[in-house]
Design a protein around this ligand. Structure first.
Ligand SMILES: [Mg+2]
Length: 229
């Protein structure tokens, strides 16, 4: 066994984020009397993407994302009379209510638990990620859980990985593998930190960064079938 530690991203690596997002938006809209339609999700995703881009560009602080995206969304939906803070808080509350595993994730964790030390390294809000782990009975699999919002720094920053390594008690870097769907946070982050990376490219996208992940899979079962672990 080459690795001692497997670090997993959470959203769209172990749990399907789109399902949770769709559910939360449906619930939040229902609360203000609107029946969900697919176009609502498109509007939301466009606005949400722009807010995260602005955050990554340093234009918008992380603490302002939720309010900003929902004030813009409510205007786009012609629902200006609704309170974006209330709407946004309810959305976040609902975001941890429903989650489904990515294909093969539950079996993978069950099989590798006890063989490897397992960790979660996630960019997200503690008010969403912690309840999500708890409600899905996931936390017990993991030796460490690092949530960006709790430590004030996110992937791909090296200080995020410094924090994780401190919690892992400083293992050899060659004994650590990070597995995640995001080229920018998981693959760039892991690569820059000097650990092996596995890109879970389940959407079969083009690699748009000038880095080659150590491994690339489009199905979590390939971790075993390709002898990565
Ligand atoms: Mg992800």
């Amino acid at each position: 066994m080459k690795y001692e530690w497997l670090l997993f991203d959470l959203d769209d690596t172990l749990l399907n984020f789109s399902v949770s997002e769709h559910f939360a938006l449906t619930q939040a809209l229902a609360k203000v009397g609107i029946d969900f339609q697919a176009t609502h999700l498109e509007i939301y995703e466009r606005i949400n993407r722009k807010c995260w881009d602005d955050f990554e560009a340093g234009i918008l602080p992380q603490s302002a994302i939720n309010h900003t995206r929902f004030s813009r969304f409510l205007i786009a939906m012609n629902l200006q009379k609704e309170n974006p803070t209330e709407f946004g808080n309810y959305y976040l509350e609902q975001l941890s209510e429903k989650a489904v595993y990515m294909k093969g994730a539950d079996t993978l964790l069950e099989e590798q638990y006890g063989k490897y030390k397992l960790g979660i390294v996630t960019n997200g809000l503690k008010q969403v990620q912690r309840p999500k782990l708890r409600k899905n009975n996931l936390a017990h699999y993991f030796n460490i859980i690092v949530v960006s919002d709790e430590i004030g720094v996110s992937k791909p920053n090296t200080s995020f990985f410094d924090h994780a390594f401190r919690e892992m008690n400083f293992p050899d870097k060659e004994k650590v593998l990070i597995i995640g769907d995001s080229l920018n946070s998981d693959i760039r982050g892991g690569h820059n930190y000097g650990i092996d990376t596995c890109w879970y490219n389940f959407k079969k996208k083009q690699n748009t960064i000038n880095l080659k992940p150590t491994f690339e899979i489009d199905d979590l079962n390939q971790l075993k079938s390709l002898n990565i672990i």
